[in-house]
Design a protein around this ligand. Structure first.
Ligand SMILES: [Zn+2]
Ligand SMILES: [Zn+2]
Length: 123
């Protein structure tokens, strides 16, 4: 019963924040409504949600993974990471004509773009 409540709360947080979140971040947010929730429970719940493919990992270069809802990940998008608060935000759209960068006889199967800077909360 407790487990269900915590799972529901974590899913609500993903919906509300609508951006990639890390376990620590989720813990800090969840603690406001479920004061007794601990980090181990967050990790366990995230692992279960990963197994069920409700969420996917967002690999942040050189940092622990963040996670986002699989349905958000289904739309092609990229991410911005704030250098001050380490928050990761979703970006809309993509870069045009990436293939123009390719040398002759190279073909591209995928791409990965990260933008870094300072977010509006830190600016
Ligand atoms: Zn920031
Ligand atoms: Zn793209």
């Amino acid at each position: 019963m407790r487990q269900t409540k915590q799972r529901t709360e974590i899913e609500r947080i993903f919906q509300d924040f609508n951006r990639p979140l890390g376990p620590q971040e989720i813990h800090e947010i969840a603690r406001k409504s479920l004061t007794s929730i601990n980090l181990a429970t967050i990790y366990r719940t995230l692992n279960r949600m990963l197994d069920e493919e409700v969420i996917v990992a967002v690999g942040v270069p050189g940092e622990p993974d963040r996670y986002e809802l699989k349905k958000a990940a289904a739309t092609h998008h990229h991410h911005f990471r704030c250098e001050k608060c380490q928050t990761v935000y979703d970006l809309q759209g993509c870069v045009e004509n990436l293939k123009a960068m390719l040398p002759n006889n190279f073909s591209m199967t995928s791409h990965d773009i990260w933008l870094y800077g300072i977010c509006k909360d830190c600016n």
